[in-house]
Write a protein that binds this ligand. Structure first.
Ligand code: ACM
Ligand code: ZN
Length: 665
């Protein structure tokens, strides 16, 4: 920190290792000696018994104002999160217009005390701090793999230290309904249970449900009492719990429990039927019960990824579309969302939906959570809607954060801490008018591949630190400084029993990506007998002979993809002696990317008559579930001008092929 570097007094840099970085820190001469017997505190104006209880939980002892080491003044502005922390020689003061700010001042002080515990002192300073954005969220998918209430409370504790203030609970999805609803008991006696413990096994083995609880039934749900307990626990820590009830998609479990809520067609029905009045009765009654339990201003209604195919065929859906003058299934979804928004608004609450709710016309007062990049959010802001940014590329914490060979199984991708940290929500061409609608940011952890609690913590921390800093700290990036503070916070959480990712020993990006290869095919034209998929062109026709290899994810646009067999020919420009042909292929099960069954290399002098020189078969165990890159390389001994590469798809249904460079030597 600059202020520290220029400071005339000698204080340890660790003394101000605060995460998220405060808005302003002025280091002053002198130190405050941490009392050997521990801190005493007093609160005035707004006594805040909940805060007193928390501070006592930190081991601080209540004391009279005049004798207290830490003197906290709190005003009545419930929404205010700012504070001023002044460390003097004899005592520390925290001044905050509201309880949230007072809590955050205490968190900052705790971080300083911890850093100063070895020396027994902290630097005198004045920290004036306030959040950049009002919404700083972390998302918990308790449907795919269920989590205990204790787990959620433990994460609330960490969130409070990070000054995160919104816990988004993804309470319902195809993999299990997770909240007690009195009107619909089968949601928790059936839709909350499945025969397989792990989502991956459940998905592979037919995605069915069973009665529970009981032997062989996995899952669970929260009672209303438990939800209230979590809500209270979080509220004391300035965290609002936002419930998400998915509609009209991701609702297979509901339709399994109450088939009358699905479309009337032959064949499987996955989602709600927006044609039937029963659907609206179900959704509004459920929401009424949810609203009764959750005081949150915002209620999240999902809205993403609805499978609309059945709606075309369903007589109820068609009738609804005719009656309401809806032109397509997008407008039918929009009809449902708008009707639900009206209901939520009538209860004095506001609705959040994933960015799909923009399709077919966005509900008038909706807040949009932008996950498919930021375009949806930008569009919504331009139309005057509030937006929470959680673009998948930066904010999806279900992607691997390190080299996949060292990481637990994941859905794919590569989103290391530095990548999350690099996200800047206010884009360069965003007007002030637009930016005013940007409420904040959120990190999402979808849990399909995250079976246990320790794995979940591994995925959250330290990446949630970056979300916290983006949401809280003033604009500006210094990754080295952030990483140093993240290491400190990581050690702190590890000491408290969180299973954090070992940032200190991060492996990093695939080494091959840093190399620029020289080989015979570099710069040579490629002609495609089977064109690559238009969604995954990488750099287009030059990408496989540009000397550049890909990293841990095809999302880096270095990998070219096919959803069918691959077939292409490279023209070396002249007949040349060739002793090696090879290429790397990707395996990433969660993303449907599989190693080709076989790769055949053929050569030709004239471009017409080809001779096969090598075929390499896939020898990887089909149950291998992590991400890997396999080299299909072959020594050859030929003279040729044209090199043809044919890769045959893996027999798994829907398998993609991805490769990054054809190497010819
Ligand atoms: C989402 O990831 N389907 C919101
Ligand atoms: Zn229908």
């Amino acid at each position: 920190m600059l202020a520290l570097a220029l400071s005339p007094c000698l204080v340890n840099a660790a003394d101000v290792d605060i995460l998220p970085r405060p808005a302003s820190v002025e280091i002053q001469k002198g130190v405050f000696r941490i009392p050997a017997g521990g801190l005493t505190f007093a609160i005035k104006n707004n006594a805040c018994p909940e805060l007193q209880e928390l501070l006592q939980g930190y081991g601080w002892k209540p004391e009279q104002w005049k004798k207290a080491n830490v003197r906290i003044t709190i005003g009545d502005d419930a929404a205010a999160e700012n504070y001023v922390l002044t460390v003097g020689s004899k005592n520390v003061t925290v001044e905050a217009p509201g309880r949230g700010g007072a809590l955050y001042g205490a968190q900052t002080l705790r971080q300083m005390l911890e850093a100063g515990s070895a020396s027994g002192e902290i630097a005198q300073c004045r920290i004036s701090d306030s959040p950049r954005f009002p919404y700083r969220g972390l998302h918990f998918d308790v449907s795919r793999n269920f989590r205990s209430l204790d787990f959620l409370k433990k994460q609330v504790d960490a969130m409070a230290e990070l000054k995160l203030n919104r816990m988004h609970l993804h309470l319902t999805d195809g993999a299990g309904w997770r909240m007690e609803i009195d009107s619909y008991p089968r949601l928790t006696s059936y839709a909350a249970w499945r025969p397989q413990a792990r989502w991956t096994d459940w998905a592979k083995e037919g995605a069915s449900y069973c009665d529970g609880p009981g032997a062989g039934a996995y899952g669970g749900y929260y009672t209303k009492e438990q939800m209230r307990e979590l809500i209270d626990y979080a509220a004391k820590r300035n965290i609002t719990v936002i419930p998400e009830i998915e509609m009209p998609g991701h609702s297979h479990e509901v339709v399994a429990a109450y088939p009358e809520l699905g479309c009337e067609i032959d064949g499987p029905v996955e989602d709600f039927c927006p044609g039937k009045e029963a659907t609206y009765e179900f959704l509004t009654r459920v929401l009424d019960e949810v609203i009764e339990v959750f005081p949150s201003e915002y209620i999240h209604i999902g809205g993403d990824e609805a499978g609309k195919a059945a709606w075309h065929k369903c007589p109820d859906c068609r009738r609804r579309m005719d009656a309401e003058g809806l032109n397509n299934v997008e407008e039918l979804q929009s009809y449902l969302i708008k009707r639900i928004e009206k209901h939520i608004n009538a209860k004095g609450r506001r609705m959040i939906g994933w960015d799909e709710i923009l399709e077919g016309g966005v509900a008038p007062n909706a807040t949009v959570m932008s996950w498919r990049g930021t375009e949806g959010g930008r569009k919504a802001m331009a139309e005057g809607h509030d937006v929470i940014m959680t673009p998948g590329e930066f904010c999806y914490l279900d992607y691997s954060q390190d080299a996949p060979f060292r990481e637990p199984i994941s859905i794919g991708g590569y989103t290391p801490l530095e990548k999350v940290y690099s996200y800047e929500p206010v884009e360069a061409d965003m007007s002030d008018d637009e930016a005013r609608h940007l409420l904040g940011v959120q990190g999402n952890l979808w849990s399909e591949y995250v079976y246990d609690d320790s794995h979940a913590e591994h995925m959250y921390y330290p990446r949630a630190f970056a979300i916290a800093e983006i949401g809280w700290s003033p604009r500006g990036k210094d990754y080295a400084d952030f990483r140093r503070r993240a290491l400190t916070m990581n050690r702190h959480l590890a000491d408290k029993g969180y299973a954090v990712f070992d940032l200190a020993n991060e492996y990093g990006e695939r080494r091959e990506k840093a190399d620029t290869l020289t080989h015979l095919a570099v710069g040579c034209p490629v002609s495609y007998t089977v064109m690559y998929n238009s969604k995954y062109p990488a750099a287009g026709n030059t990408t496989l002979t540009d000397g550049l290899q890909g990293g841990w994810t095809y999302g880096d646009r270095r990998w070219q993809g096919w959803s069918e067999d691959m077939d292409l020919t490279i023209d070396l420009g002249a007949v040349k002696p060739i002793h090696y042909i090879g290429a790397s292929f990707m395996h990433s099960e969660g993303a449907w990317v599989h190693l080709p069954e076989q790769v055949t290399y053929s050569v030709s002098e004239n471009g017409t008559d080809f001779t096969e020189v090598a075929t390499i078969y896939n020898d990887v165990d089909p149950t291998f579930s992590k991400i890997m890159m396999k080299n299909y390389g072959a020594p050859v001994n030929v003279d040729a001008r044209y090199v043809r590469v044919q890769a045959r798809q893996n027999p798994r249904p829907g398998a993609w092929i991805f490769t990054d460079e054809i190497v010819v030597n």
